[in-house]
Design a protein around this ligand. Sequence first.
Ligand code: SAH
Length: 246
Amino acid sequence: MGKVYLTGAGPGDIELLTLKALRVIKEADVIIYDRLANPDILEEAKNGCEFVYVGKEDGRHIVPQDDINEVIYQNALKHENIVRLKGGDPFVFGRGGEEALYLYERGIKFEVIPGITSAISAPAYAGIPVTHRGVSVSFRVVTGHESPNKKESQIPWETFKTDDTIVFLMGLHNLPKISKKLVEIGKPLSYPCAVISRGTTVHQSVVVGTLEDIVEKTKDVPTPALIVVGKVVELREQLNWFGDNV
Ligand code: SAH
């Protein structure tokens, strides 16, 4: 029986991979990877390493999660070093916890290698610090996958009234509902927000707007994309070091 490395691939820029992730990738007998993991990383694998694609698009699984769990497990029975490579950080909306539990229940050894999550790095490449003294004392990373209109929502919308930063992942298709909901709880229509698409890559694009116009401005934005809501967005005017389409 082998060991599974639940490994964060980082947000896109290949240089944001950790040294530890790079080491296990080089030693891997098999790499099971998602669409969100930069495929250039696979070139670091040794000769003879097997690659298994279990594509996943914006939270929607092409391969159902149960099947992915089983694929990882079956590979752990066959190989010594198994890398489960996931975009960003494996425990930030990556269902890494579920995969780890599945392995735990079957007595398979695993290790978690955190990755740089898109939730902070895409804003950083857009010139938006998620916290800033005097502007935002905290930030939250929230699923945008759940419709804000859902009854018995688990998302504490009422607590989003402050100026603390909110980052929505998997939220582009729900953006009309999310922006409406934030206005309903009391944020002004002029409240700043941004949508960052393909963050940290050469294809990065950033649209800055307000809760009123962000939907209109982001109709054709490609995925993956995340939404940043908060006054920190205004800092981009001075801090945009990376630029669009570098
Ligand atoms: N584990 C990942 C998140 C998985 S959920 C992480 O830590 O980054 C998938 C969502 O992440 C996407 O819908 C999108 O909102 C966001 N995302 C991932 N990579 C991104 C990128 N390069 N730019 C912008 N958003 C990204």
